[in-house]
Ligand binder design. Structure first.
Ligand code: ADP
Ligand code: MG
Length: 643
């Protein structure tokens, strides 16, 4: 039999290697930026178009390449960074595998221009799918410029696999931030689709972090510093009260290289133990310096995972160092026997204004009065919830449609209204309130005036465990989960608000400025239309802050920052391109952040509002997240228990 083993042609081998090194535009960005750093650049510029799918260009003022190197650099295993195996254990550079450029050139159209500082002229090389199509002498500035166009042009499957521009941009920004944070002494600029996203002058570590994450970051940082025999640690952790719901800002750098390490991450979270609110994550920017021979970087092609000789010792040092810093800067709880424990304010409330308890009881409240006049009930509920607002169409023109949808609703709701049959009070309330909401024009001012001095017919309900609302019905009783029910009500309210051209907005007395990272600002810009439609009014949306002039009537000013933070958090990974899905996601996010929490006391009025509004919903049985909102218990079943 003839032999069957053959050496793969270079371009095929390169494509295979590219599969490991280049997953998406962000991988190219990482490799090119790191090469520029290794070339000793003092200024690096990144330019991308369409999240890098169309163009990625990196321009540096580093040492440049001569004519031969400009060609050689695209060969596989071509590197100037190591020459013998022992060098692997003394790495000072980002690159050393000599496969990035060969891989990139195998799957894209690449144009390289480079000139050494001492040379008069530079070289231009054009290479497409591993084939050099042109090489010539050109006039060029000192340094190197790589343009990578049409990534994956020859691997359609990979190209189709790429995510939306927003997601790919997120990855590019991540890589950019990692390199920029590791090299504060280099100036970085980042141009995205023609506009400048980042401009980071050479500066110290702290300033670099602030420049990347926005002016408000400075006050959040607590310095961390420790030198031991096996490691030198420096950097910053963010004060616990600034912990984020998303896992955004967590950075480890080992010898100026960004790395991921679940183990070291655990050490940091252990240091924060007891200081963080549930569901929040600490931010940190930690730079570790270790002897190069005590780590192994070459365990993964992208070099973001590394092996440490003495992981356990590192863990202990890191944890102790951060604990110490948090203690020193007075952010961890200290035992202070002088203080009266009862008066101690938890750190997360320090400096915040005290507000009245959220639930107000209005003894003179008359639901018919307010429904009739159309005045808002906002404020009756601690969460700014206004059930009538949410059901009542904004314009009377739509009352006809609403009527129709009410019929519809009766249909869809699976006959919940029969639950109340036979309980005259209850029936009356539900039906009259429904009439009110959908037949505004019929209601005249005098209809209920006579009743206003009479006690109103409240549906009897009882709050149980600050979690459930229990209410009698003809056949027994109904138990409603207050939070889920409120989520359902809010969800439908916001979904409906997207069908109105523009919702009413309440003007703020003072414009509200909120600060976000560059990426979060990018997300907000994408959500701007929806937010405006909901009733937000913006004065300014820049690269790091928004100025808000008006907010939807259903949200209070103090809730705005939480609502937006939650919304950004929920949209982190992907804001859907389809508007209906986007609206659904936004409405869910708002329902989640604004719904009354389990554990909140509800007044009779609030309980009643929830009960009535829930059964005014299209789909009262489940929360927007598919959870059961209420259950019923039959009298017979209860009777059985007493047998
Ligand atoms: P590695 O970085 O692992 O050496 P690469 O494929 O990324 O492999 O690069 C190959 C070689 O090309 C580098 O070793 C370096 O000599 C040269 N090179 C790449 N980018 C630049 C640059 N921006 N400036 C100068 N030389 C560069
Ligand atoms: Mg490289």
């Amino acid at each position: 039999m003839s032999s069957v083993i053959r050496l793969l042609p270079d371009h095929v081998a390169n494509q295979i290697a590219a599969g490991e090194v280049v997953q998406r535009p962000a991988s190219v960005v990482k490799e090119l930026l790191e090469n520029a750093v290794d070339a000793g650049a003092t200024a690096i510029k990144l330019v991308i178009k369409d999240a890098g799918k169309t163009l990625i260009q990196v321009i540096d003022d580093g040492k440049g390449m001569n004519e031969i190197d400009a060609r050689m650099c695209f060969e596989r295993h071509a590197t100037s960074k190591i020459s013998i195996a022992e060098d692997l254990f003394q790495l000072q550079t980002k690159g050393f595998r000599g496969e990035a450029l060969a891989s990139i050139a195998a799957i894209a159209h690449v144009e390289l221009k480079s000139k050494e500082h001492t040379a008069e002229l530079g070289t231009q090389v054009i290479i497409e799918g591993s084939k050099i199509t042109s090489q010539e002498i050109v006039v060029a500035p000192s340094g190197t410029s790589f343009s990578v166009k049409n990534l994956f042009f020859n691997i359609p499957a990979r190209r189709n696999f790429l995510k939306s521009d927003q997601v790919e941009l997120r990855h590019v920004i991540d890589e950019f931030e990692r390199v920029a944070l590791a090299h504060n002494n280099i100036q970085f600029t980042f141009i995205n689709n023609g506009s400048e996203m980042f401009n980071l002058p050479a500066s110290n570590f702290r300033q670099r972090i602030v420049n990347v994450f926005g002016g408000k970051t400075n006050e959040k940082l607590v310095p961390v510093q420790e030198t031991t025999e096996i490691v030198e640690v420096h950097g910053f952790v963010a004060k616990p009260e600034f912990a984020k719901k998303s896992r955004g800002e967590q950075f480890f750098f080992v010898n100026d290289r960004f790395i991921k390490s679940g183990y070291l991450h655990h050490a940091v979270t252990a240091a924060f133990e007891g200081l963080l609110k549930d569901g929040t994550h600490p931010s940190y920017f930690l730079y570790l310096t270790l002897p190069p021979n005590s780590i192994d970087i070459n365990i993964h092609p992208t070099k973001t995972e590394i092996k440490f000789d003495d992981e356990q010792a590192l863990y202990a040092i890191l944890r102790a160092t951060i604990k110490h810093s948090l203690g020193q800067f007075n952010v961890s709880p200290v035992l202070d026997f002088q203080k009266d424990g009862d008066l101690e304010v938890p750190y997360s409330y320090e400096g915040t204004k005290s507000t009245e308890p959220t639930v107000e009881v209005d003894a003179f409240f008359n639901p018919f009065e307010s429904m009739k006049s159309g005045s808002s009930l906002a404020g009756q509920m601690g969460s700014g919830f206004n059930p009538f607002e949410s059901i009542k169409p904004k314009t009377s023109v739509s009352s006809f449609q609403s009527n129709a949808s009410f019929q519809d609703r009766k249909h869809k709701s699976g006959g919940w209204e029969t639950l109340y049959e036979g309980i005259s009070d209850a029936k009356e309330i539900i039906l009259t309130s429904a009439n009110h909401q959908f037949d505004e024009e019929v209601i005249t001012g005098s209809l209920f005036d006579d009743d206003s001095s009479q006690p109103t017919n409240h549906q009897q309900s009882y709050q149980f465990q600050k979690k459930y609302i229990i209410s009698p019905i003809k056949s027994g009783m109904i138990i409603i989960d207050q939070r889920r029910a409120h989520q359902r009500i809010l969800y439908e309210h916001y979904m409906r608000s997207f069908t109105v051209k523009q919702n009413a907005s309440q003007q703020l007395l003072f414009p509200l400025s909120l600060y976000y990272s560059v990426y979060e600002m990018e997300l907000l810009k994408n959500l701007q239309n929806e937010l405006v439609q909901m009733g937000f009014l913006f004065d300014e949306i820049s690269n790091e802050k928004i100025v808000i002039l008006g907010i939807p009537v259903s949200i209070t000013e103090s809730e705005v920052s939480i609502v937006l933070e939650d919304l950004l958090n929920d949209m982190q990974d992907d804001a859907p391109a389809d508007v209906d899905i986007l609206h659904d996601r936004i409405a869910k996010s708002l329902a989640q952040s604004l719904a009354v929490k389990t554990g909140t006391y509800l007044s009779d009025k609030e309980q009643e509002n929830i009960v009535n509004s829930l059964f005014g919903c299209d789909d009262p049985q489940t929360s927007p997240f598919g959870k059961t909102t209420f259950i019923t218990m039959k009298v017979e079943d209860i009777d059985k228990k007493f047998m």
